[in-house]
Write a protein that binds this ligand. Structure first.
Ligand code: NAD
Ligand code: DAU
Length: 338
């Protein structure tokens, strides 16, 4: 088995949802590892998400498309963990242009820098959405061999970025691993996303908003389990390989909303159906047996109702973190009939 001992991490997108949880986990569990975050602090990245660890990391505000800055930071690390992206499907349907810049040009910029530093390992964090969707009644799940078939501008740019990484690994010998994970939930997730949007609606006395009939299925994983898998891959993953990450957490959106309504002690029918997302993927489902078999990873936080309850508690306790952006996010959705 390959073994690496990362000591100097460059974490792109480390002020976003999954990246900030990754930085917290790293600082807590691996105090000897030096962490530099490169983040453009877009609408999705908040300095305050790193405030609890601010004195133990370096935060560089800048873009992964800035070749000079990227070169300097890559030269000073042994491992790049690449989370930075435009990440929201609904935004990509309104304006795809920034998705092309960040997800494609940004990943290309990082790869070119890593190519000049052959001792640096590159881990690319990606999504199960590159595989398109499955029918609701299809027993199949996505595996590493599933053909790419992305639906939205977001998932098409993530698919393109994955293919760039694979090409740079094969053609230029860049030492890279890739992971494609299912839907994450947990603390520090932007209120534009499904679960935080409904939690903060319920805190505000508003009804949850379901796209269409709410029958679309997502395969939920707690963000801590995702990040533990990323650590396992950067330490032991085989160069050039892709690993799917998932925790067998398939649920439809209606079921998630009803679980949240129960947490808030409300009627299971107290939600609104709103306009559906154009091209809405029906179902995602991950077969993560390669990661479990080869690298021995297992999810720990698989009690979804308990995970939702603790996530609700986090949003109740951190209103100052999400309140400033809530009204504008809801106004944007209302303009789309959502
Ligand atoms: P997020 O939107 O919460 O965070 C993205 C971060 O990237 C933000 O801090 C933002 O400021 C930063 N960023 C954006 N453009 C940048 C640029 N040009 N230069 C530097 N930083 C920039 O996203 P997330 O949900 O934390 O997702 C992180 C990664 O994980 C993404 O690559 C996403 O595709 C992938 N992923 C997400 C999920 C999920 O459920 N959220 C699941 C699987 C994979
Ligand atoms: O599968 C991994 C992907 O999961 C990641 O690559 C993306 O970055 C991440 O945003 C997420 O994509 P989704 O589109 O699945 O997540 P979102 O939270 O936007 O929506 C989850 C489901 O809930 C989806 O079926 C749409 C639905 N939805 C969403 C919102 C915001 C609603 O029903 N109501 C809503 O208000």
């Amino acid at each position: 088995m390959t073994t690496r001992t990362p000591q100097r991490l460059l974490v792109t997108g480390g002020a976003g949802f999954i990246g900030s949880n990754f930085v917290h986990q790293t600082v807590d569990q691996r105090p000897g590892v030096a962490v530099t975050v490169l983040d453009a602090l877009t609408y999705a990245g908040q300095r305050s998400s790193l405030e609890p660890v601010a004195d133990r990391i370096e935060l560089v505000e800048g873009s992964i498309t800035d070749a000079g800055l990227v070169e300097r930071l890559v030269a000073d690390c042994d491992t790049v963990v690449h989370f930075a992206a435009e990440s929201h499907n609904d935004n990509s349907l309104r304006d795809p242009s920034v998705f092309i810049q960040t997800n494609l040009v940004g990943t290309y910029t990082l790869l070119e820098a890593v190519r000049r530093h052959p001792d640096v390992h590159f881990h690319h964090v990606s999504t199960d959405e590159v595989y398109g969707d499955l029918a609701l009644d299809d027993p199949a799940r996505f595996a590493e061999s599933t053909p790419y078939n992305p639906s939205s501008p977001y998932s098409a740019t993530k698919a393109g970025s994955d293919l760039l990484v694979r090409a740079w690994a094969r053609s230029f010998g860049v030492a890279a691993t890739l992971s494609n994970c299912s839907n994450n939930y947990g603390p520090y997730q932007h209120v534009e996303k499904f679960i935080p949007r409904q939690i903060t609606n319920l805190i505000d006395g508003r009804r949850p908003k379901l796209y269409g009939a709410g029958l679309n299925v997502r395969d939920w994983i707690h963000v801590e389990d995702h990040n533990a898998a990323v650590w396992r891959i950067i330490e032991a993953g085989r160069p050039g390989e892709t690993y799917l990450i998932g925790a067998d957490g398939e649920r439809n959106n209606l079921d998630v909303v009803r679980t949240l309504l129960a947490v808030f002690g409300q009627d299971p029918q107290a939600f609104d159906q709103v306009n559906d997302r154009p091209g809405h993927d029906r179902r995602y489902a991950i077969d993560s047996s390669k990661l479990r078999r080869e690298l021995g990873w297992r999810p720990r936080l698989t009690d979804f109702a308990a995970g939702l309850r603790s996530t609700v508690e986090w949003y109740r306790a951190h209103e100052a973190w999400w309140r400033p952006v809530k009204a504008a996010v809801e106004a944007g959705y209302a303009a789309q009939g959502q």
